[in-house]
Design a protein. Sequence first.
Length: 117
Amino acid sequence: MTKEELNKRAYVFSIKIIKFLNKLPEKKLYWTISDQLLRSATSIGANIIEAQAASSRKDFANFYNHALKSANETKYWLCLLRDAGDIRSSELPPLLQEAVELSKILGASILTLKGKR
């Protein structure tokens, strides 16, 4: 996967998360989870973009590490919505799957950067 493809994939994921969150019920229960999910999901792409402006290989890897952490956090919030809320949206499973795939891509990239792959 090229950097451009990863950028686009993370960007599209952010947009899908925003649209999904706009459809959640206006219940207090969802306010904090929605805020956290929005922050973590959009942080994935932001850190990938920042990595491209990195001044060193180590700096690049650091931004990818942050993106991976954000992807893992995103999985957590999506699972909470799936398991603890009353959300029965057909959009949730594909969002969770994309978060998993982004995590795997970022993890593999980090291993490659560290020369462990």
